[in-house]
Design a protein. Structure first.
Length: 83
């Protein structure tokens, strides 16, 4: 049984798997892939809680910055750092 399930995509069978293509604007260039690296920051607990609350609120509202990393990146860009 395990061998039968091993070759199936998650959530269905091979026959029911659907390939989804995103409509791309041919005039827009592909976004450059930037290499990411994890770091550790020590911040006051209240700041971490505020960042997490803002990220959750953004997620519920469908905004772009849906996690703490995205919020930090926006703040760094405003401070003059370039990704």
């Amino acid at each position: 049984m395990a061998n039968e399930l091993a070759d199936r995509p998650f959530g269905g069978t091979q026959d029911t798997a659907v390939q989804v293509e995103i409509d791309k604007d041919p005039e827009q260039p592909e976004p450059a892939k930037t290499k990411r690296r994890s770091i550790t920051l020590s911040l006051p607990q209240v700041v971490v809680e505020q960042l997490e609350a803002q990220a959750l609120e953004n997620k519920h509202q469908g905004k772009k910055e849906k996690n703490v990393s995205a919020l930090v990146l926006v703040a760094l860009k405003k401070a003059g750092y370039k990704p």
